[in-house]
Design a protein around this ligand. Structure first.
Ligand code: NAD
Ligand code: SER
Length: 327
């Protein structure tokens, strides 16, 4: 039997850091009218709003999700709506409601409608203090210390269960911290690695909320978008894992990141004032073994720290000169 095609797609959380760029990449690839962007409370920018269908969905309310799926005859969902780690520690009940009940609604609708494919991202936050923190293996001890991490482990298990039990083709990666130049991140622990670029361009100063020697796995957004589309287009029989692929590109300390930016902006100064997010970062791995993703669906990142920094500073400087850095 031929695999079902991905023809009509819904992106939940489309106004967020990943969704705003993934939606545009999907529209370019599959046709603008075939990719529905679903936002929640934050208003979309004109590029997202005007380049294809735009709707409002609260994923924790199944009726709002189902109405949009019915209206556009959706067969594929990129489910990005979530509460991230730092906000999740401040609002753990909301984090559970959105990340778990929202995902359950997506999976149930996908099962009932026999949808083609679902993408649901996980995170390095599934790991915890007892996980090996260097070259963290694909299959290892999890044990997250945050509500966000608890929801991500639960989400992986739920997705893998829906695949095995009901045949729902649901796929996902454990994204590292993502760095991007279009949309600011929505309340995670790795947000400093984006904010540092914005502040370097705007003010040549940054106060960093983790220690200088904090090392975390990171990835530039173009690689994250490529990984997402590559995994969703991979042949199902090649996949031995489904919703829990380790994914890596680079790892560096906050100090190494600042030093790389300083090569371009010599006057740039950083001070370090760790806050509650330091304790979260301390439970996450430093480096990730992503050999399973490389073997099963050919994953290869393109950007390292130097290439990413050149591109980020070019893009943010152009925005700063246009006066829309913090639009
Ligand atoms: P984000 O916070 O930028 O965007 C998430 C979006 O979800 C927001 O626009 C928010 O308005 C929306 N949302 C919140 N509650 C909602 C609800 N009830 N219904 C519908 N939408 C709702 O997050 P992101 O960085 O784009 O992350 C997307 C996914 O990728 C999440 O699952 C996240 O856990 C995962 N992830 C992100 C990173 C990263 O560094 N950005 C790393 C690992 C995993
Ligand atoms: N970047 C995300 C966060 O910090 C990791 O999942 O929450």
């Amino acid at each position: 039997m031929l695999p079902k095609a991905m023809t009509r797609m819904l992106v939940t959380g489309a106004v967020g850091q990943i969704g705003s760029e993934l939606t545009m990449a999907l529209r370019e690839r599959y046709g603008h009218e075939n990719v529905v962007a679903a936002g929640h409370r934050t208003l979309p920018g004109p590029t997202l709003r005007d380049s294809g269908p735009y709707e409002t969905v609260d994923v924790s309310r199944r009726d709002t999700l189902e109405a949009v799926i019915e209206k556009y005859q959706i067969d594929t969902i990129f489910h990005l709506a979530a509460i991230l780690s730092a906000v999740g520690e401040q609002k753990p009940h909301l984090c559970w409601d959105v990340n778990i009940n929202g995902l359950y609604n997506v999976l149930e609708v996908a099962r009932e409608r026999e949808m083609t494919r679902i993408f649901c991202p996980s995170s390095i936050a599934v790991f915890g203090c007892n996980t090996p923190c260097e070259n963290t293996p694909q299959d290892t001890i999890l044990g997250p210390a945050t509500m966000y991490g608890v929801t991500k482990v639960t989400g992986e298990l739920l997705c893998n269960y829906y695949h095995k039990r009901f045949g729902v083709d649901v796929r996902g990666v454990r994204y590292p911290g993502l760095i991007s130049s279009e949309t600011l991140p929505g309340g995670g622990t790795t947000d400093y690695a984006v904010a540092i670029y914005y502040e370097a361009v705007a003010n040549q100063r940054y106060t960093c909320f983790v220690r200088e020697n904090t090392v975390l796995p990171m990835m530039y957004m173009p690689d994250a978008i490529k990984a997402t589309i590559d995994l969703m287009e991979a042949d199902l029989p090649r996949l031995k894992h489904h919703a829990d692929y380790n994914l890596a590109a680079m790892s560096f300390s906050a100090g190494e990141l600042a030093a790389e930016i300083k090569k371009h902006i010599p006057d740039f100064e950083v001070e370090y004032k760790p806050d509650f997010r330091q304790a979260i970062a301390d439970t996450w791995p430093r480096t990730i073994d992503d050999s399973t993703a490389r073997e099963e669906w050919g994953w290869r990142p393109a950007y390292d720290l130097a290439a990413m920094t050149t591109d980020m500073l070019d893009k943010l400087t152009a925005r700063h000169l246009r006066g829309d850095l913090y639009r």
